[in-house]
Design a protein. Sequence first.
Length: 91
Amino acid sequence: MPEHRAKTTKDRRRAGRPPAGAKEGEKVKDYPQLSIRVPIEFKARLNALSAVTGLSQWRVIVEAINCFFQDLPAPDRDLVDGLSERLMRAG
């Protein structure tokens, strides 16, 4: 007969979803929200991409922005980096 031991707090899973931010320990609910209007076909495509890849919609959008950024010429990437750093410091 297998030995049973009492579950400790360490053994139990926490209720709810685990943090799902882009970096370890970040929570999506702490991210700023963005509201945009897009044509229906792009909303449908975003829904489909999310369903097919298993990624959340915000992750699909982040990946798309990163791809767009990587396709820029190096001087434009440097400019974007500088502007975004300045905006992040400003709050």
